[in-house]
Design a protein around this ligand. Structure first.
Ligand SMILES: [Zn+2]
Ligand SMILES: [Zn+2]
Length: 876
């Protein structure tokens, strides 16, 4: 019954759209519904969380009140916040204490009535109770909004007991019978069925209900559309999410696929381990390296200090050596000469004593005897003051040199060699080092020590001409070369001032090779044999004056011959750390300059050099590529102070003068060096004076043979003949017109001396000097005689013959012709300019002239020069 009635009520309640009429309870319920709807319309995030889903905003007030009133009331009871909001909307005052009492009484009454008749509610029946109900509705409305939960619950329980018609809708109230209790709105629509009396409703109401229904349907359709749109958007969202899921799945699969395999992981782990180890090792290594760097820095600092110390010590030593050598040079001559004079004095004393024996005893004899006694005292005094033999006192050169020729020398030599302590030079392993040991500021005794690393070579080892003793014939500082092992002796050419000491060097350094051009190798044995003969002769001649043994004898010459290693021009040759290469220096047959290379450093040593062609040899051939811009040029300076007359004119004058003398029925003696000048003059006379008989004597003969063989020249033949030893004495008498070319070039020995004895006193004859004359040579003395102020004053020339000194009267014509085979000032300048070395060192000349030339080179040519009395180092 009640259900039917309630279902039939529905359209009526719906017609009043949320107005709620004047009824406060309805206003409260509608306010609750509006609040809930409002919350629902809020953004989900901002919703208080109490938005209910069962409420649809478009529902009319009637529908809400009739069907969901109870729910709304329960909602209010359950939510204090909702109560607050609803209260704010309807603006009802709170319950007073009296109101609460009343409410409590009502509740009690309702409970009593319920216990009596469960079907009936407090409203009961009858009009008197309606007023009470109306009042209680107000009370319930305010109770439902009460902040107190219990009060609100009481309100709600009373609300449940309110009659249905009490919703405040007058039509409803009127049409509905009282006594029908309002129960919880749980009735379902399906349970509802049209009441039998529905057809009896007025037509107007039916229309209104159907309108309302249509409107509701329209609203529902809109809701549905909106819901569909929401659904489709939700579906789209789902699709998007599905796509994302697929993508993520794929990514996950891919990631899984990319995951390394077990083996790979193992390897990776190994690699990581390895990398860690490596890092550790690297760290250790870098620590170690830092340590080493620090050590190295410390070491190099120490090395630097040591090097400085060594350099200082070396400089000190060089200075001391230099001073010692200068002293030695000065003193060297003095003891020798003193010794010579000492012997001379003793000889004179003994001769005087012999003479004294024969004299009659008189005052003169007494005076002489007194003088002899004084002389003997002087001699004894000299013996005390001067060492017995000045030579033996020299530890470095004397003993070995002196005793080579005597065959008991072996022991002495080995003692000598034992004293040659090899010295490690700090500079040696730092580059090329060049040190002049002889022939620096003199012509003779040329020797240049070249060192690099452990390699040591000697360029030239010559003797000093006209030395008073064999000891003094050695290059002054040759002992330096003997301080260590020599790897080679490079000989620039066969002249004695460059090669004469080689057999002595080889005797002391038996493992060293002698390197020179093939022509020089052919010439040197002849030169050495001649030197040996001359020295033996001198030793023999001077024996009574204590003249010492020759520098070397036959065994040493043979050993030197065996050490020869010919090297052709232009061919590089390695000697350990050094490379040498020879080039044609002109000058004489086989003469060579040498380019020495050590790493990136080069030194060029010219030897004797001549830049113009001669009849017997061509001009010097400088190798520009090899020798240009060398670090050091060591160049001879024999004629650095003069300019040669034009060579052709000089030869013309020379030949004309010879023709004059010979034409006048006289003889011309030409003392010439056996090697070079003699051949040049012979060739000249053979070509230009083919009718003048020319004799070639002495060493020049054998040398000319070598020239013919090595240079393919014709020297002998035609007017040029050699002197046979057996014919010489006869020829000296019979050969009255013609030219004699013979050694020595300075009239110091050889067959030039007997020939000079023959020719010099003859006024129709002539002696033509045509080469360098040593200051103390007989040749130089003759030149001085020729330059004397009054040529009519008779003059004599002291000559050393085999039978002793003789004074030879000079009546012959004496002239000097410069047929030099050495470059003059211009030639040297030209060579230096062409080679453009970083430094130039002058050797093989006289100090004073070298000084002038050096100044010219420095000031006028902008060349840098270095001294020859100090070692040159490529790194200095
Ligand atoms: Zn020479
Ligand atoms: Zn020379």
């Amino acid at each position: 019954m009640r259900q039917q009635r309630r279902t039939g009520d529905k359209p009526h309640r719906a017609s009043s759209r949320r107005s709620g009429g004047g009824d406060q309870l309805n206003q409260v319920l509608l306010a609750a519904a509006e609040t809930l709807n409002e919350w629902r319309s809020l953004h989900p995030r901002r919703r208080p969380g109490r938005a209910v889903s069962w409420l649809v905003p478009s529902w009319p007030s009637g529908l809400l009140l009739s069907r969901y009133g109870q729910r709304l009331a329960e909602g209010l009871v359950a939510d204090r916040v909702l109560r607050e909001h609803a209260r704010a909307r309807v603006g009802l005052s709170l319950l007073t204490q009296d109101d609460r009492t009343t409410l409590f009484e009502l509740s009690q009454a309702a409970a009593v009535s319920m216990s009596g008749d469960s079907d009936d509610d407090i409203s009961g029946s009858g009009h008197s109770e309606r007023a009470v109900a109306s009042m209680s509705r107000q009370l319930i409305a305010r109770a439902l909004l009460d902040p107190n939960d219990a009060t609100a619950a009481t309100g709600a329980s009373l609300f449940r007991r309110l009659p249905v018609g009490s919703t405040g809708m007058p039509s409803q109230q009127n049409s509905e019978p009282s006594g029908a209790g309002v129960t919880a709105g749980l009735q379902s629509e399906s349970a509802a069925a049209p009441r039998a009396g529905q057809g009896r409703l007025p037509r107007q109401r039916q229309d209104s209900d159907s309108r309302e229904l249509r409107r509701l349907v329209g609203t529902s359709a809109k809701e549905l559309t909106r819901a569909r749109a929401e659904l489709s958007s939700a579906q789209a969202e789902v699709e998007a999410l599905k796509a994302t899921l697929v993508r993520l799945t794929q990514e996950r699969d891919q990631a899984r696929a990319n995951l390394p395999s077990r083996q790979q992981r193992q390897r990776l782990e190994n690699a990581i381990q390895l990398a860690a180890d490596l890092r550790k090792a690297r760290k250790q290594l870098s620590d170690l390296r830092e340590e080493r760097v620090a050590q190295k820095r410390a070491h190099s600092a120490q090395v630097g200090e040591l090097e400085d110390a060594v350099a200082a010590a070396q400089a000190e030593r060089d200075k001391a050596t230099d001073a010692r050598h200068r002293l030695e040079d000065r003193l060297g001559d003095l003891p020798g000469r003193a010794h010579y004079l000492q012997n001379l004095l003793k000889g004179r004393i003994s001769r005087l004593e012999a003479d004294l024996e024969d004299l009659p005893r008189n005052q003169a004899r007494t005076r002489l005897a007194r003088e002899v006694t004084q002389l003997r005292e002087l001699s004894e005094h000299l013996d005390r003051v001067l060492p017995a033999t000045g030579v033996d006192s020299d530890p470095q050169i004397g003993t070995g040199a002196a005793q080579v020729a005597t065959h008991e020398a072996a022991g002495a030599q080995s003692v000598d060699r034992a004293e040659y302590r090899p010295v490690a030079y700090a500079s040696a392993d730092r580059g090329l080092r060049v040190e002049v040991l002889g022939g620096g500021h003199e012509i003779g005794g040329s020797a240049v020590l070249v060192e690099a690393g452990s390699t040591r070579i000697l360029v030239d080892a010559g003797v000093r001409p006209n030395a008073d003793s064999p000891r003094l014939a050695a290059p002054p500082r040759i002992a330096r070369a003997q301080e260590g092992r020599l790897d080679a002796v490079v000989v620039t050419h066969g002249h004695n001032d460059h090669a004469g000491f080689v057999p002595k060097v080889i005797a002391d350094q038996p493992r060293a090779a002698t390197i020179c051009t093939p022509a020089t190798a052919a010439l040197m044995p002849e030169m050495w044999a001649d030197a040996k003969r001359v020295m033996e002769q001198q030793a023999n001649d001077m024996a009574e004056y204590g003249w010492l043994a020759p520098l070397y004898g036959e065994p040493e010459v043979e050993a030197a011959e065996k050490s020869l290693r010919p090297l052709t021009y232009g061919r590089p040759h390695n000697i350990k750390d050094l490379t040498i290469q020879l080039f044609d220096a002109g000058h004489i047959l086989g003469a060579a300059g040498v380019v020495i290379t050590a790493g990136d450093q080069r030194a060029v040593i010219t030897g004797d050099i001549y830049n113009l062609p001669q009849l017997s040899v061509g001009s010097a051939q400088l190798p520009p590529k090899l020798a240009r811009e060398a670090d050091l040029l060591v160049i001879e300076s024999t004629y650095c102070d003069r300019r040669h007359r034009d060579r052709a004119l000089q030869i013309q004058d020379f030949v004309r003068a010879i023709a004059e003398v010979v034409g006048g029925g006289g003889r011309v003696l030409i003392p010439a060096f056996g090697l070079g000048r003699a051949q040049e003059v012979a060739l000249m006379l053979r070509q230009q004076l083919p009718d003048v008989p020319v004799l070639v004597d002495g060493l020049a003969r054998a040398i000319s043979d070598i020239y013919e063989r090595e240079a393919h020249l014709d020297i002998f033949g035609g007017n040029v003949q050699r002197v046979d030893n057996r014919q010489r004495s006869r020829l000296m008498q019979t050969f009255q017109t013609g030219v004699v070319i013979t050694t020595s070039g300075m009239l110091t020995g050889g067959f030039a001396v007997p020939w000079a004895q023959q020719i010099l006193p003859d006024p129709h004859s002539a002696l033509f000097v045509c080469g360098y004359q040593d200051e103390e040579s007989a040749g130089r003395a003759l030149q001085r005689l020729a330059e004397r102020d009054d040529p009519t004053v008779p003059a004599t020339l002291p000559l050393q013959t085999q039978d002793g000194p003789v004074a030879v009267p000079v009546a012959a014509r004496v002239e000097t012709y410069s047929l030099s085979a050495h470059a003059d000032r211009d030639g040297l300048t030209e060579i230096i300019d062409e080679l453009a070395p970083a430094r130039t060192m002058l050797v093989h000349g006289l100090g004073r002239e070298q000084k002038k030339f050096r100044e010219t080179l420095e000031r006028a040519r902008g060349r840098r020069t270095v001294r020859n009395d100090l070692p040159w180092s490529g790194l200095a």
